[in-house]
Design a protein around this ligand. Structure first.
Ligand SMILES: [Zn+2]
Length: 215
């Protein structure tokens, strides 16, 4: 689980789980060399095995287009972006044109992340439903086809929220559960490994592979 891509990973204003462009490239190359194959979130769930790796980037920061997308194209590696609708009015986030172009590349799966990055467990169910539904409709109107993966902002979910996400037509949910576990345990609470801000590539690889990576 990553967020932003940029060189200034020590800047406190940048979100956690920021990775330098050079490091995201090194991470992909190192994992591929070790036999891992990259898939989108939905493809990893549907057709993955223990050698499947999935890169997810939350929030839809504009650097996902300016800095990450060129690397994905160059290395021909898929990734999943869970985006809010903030790019409607804030140019720090992905614009509709950027979202459309990345979807059309076939390398990027777009997923939902609520309209305004709302902690869904802290608002009424009506508001939570609106945040989920409007964001899904916004993304689908841009790319012209349904999306089926969703990530809960800041990991905020409970059984009611999961029902709303299911009801919206999503099939998979990316959560922040404490322990690694098989995906099929709960398709609406799929574990992701956090890669903290500024972590060196080799440590990121160790975390991503749960120590199975050979140094
Ligand atoms: Zn988020």
């Amino acid at each position: 689980m990553l967020h932003s891509v940029g060189d200034d990973v020590t800047d406190e204003s940048c979100p956690n789980n920021t990775i330098r462009p050079r490091e995201v490239r090194d991470l992909i190359v190192a994992l591929r060399k070790d036999g891992y194959t990259f898939k989108t979130f939905k493809d990893a769930i549907e057709t993955g095995d223990r050698w499947t790796m999935c890169l997810t980037f939350d929030d839809g920061f504009v650097d996902n287009y300016t800095l990450l997308f060129p690397i994905l194209k160059e290395l021909d590696v898929p990734a999943t972006l869970f985006v809010t609708s903030r790019g409607k009015s804030d140019n720090g986030f992905l614009s509709p044109d950027m979202i459309r172009e990345m979807d059309a590349s076939g390398l990027v799966e777009l997923g939902g992340h609520t309209s305004g990055h709302t902690m869904l467990t802290e608002v009424s169910l009506e508001e939570a439903k609106r945040e989920i539904d409007e964001n899904k409709a916004w993304i689908e109107a841009i790319i012209g086809h349904p999306i089926i993966s969703f990530a809960y902002p800041r990991g905020g979910e409970n059984d009611d929220i999961v029902e709303l996400v299911k009801g919206a037509g999503y099939r998979y949910g990316a959560a922040m559960v404490k322990k690694m576990r098989p995906v099929e345990t709960d398709l609406f609470r799929v574990h992701r490994q956090i890669i903290p801000r500024g972590m060196p590539t080799w440590k990121s690889v160790l975390l991503a592979t749960r120590g199975k990576w050979k140094l």
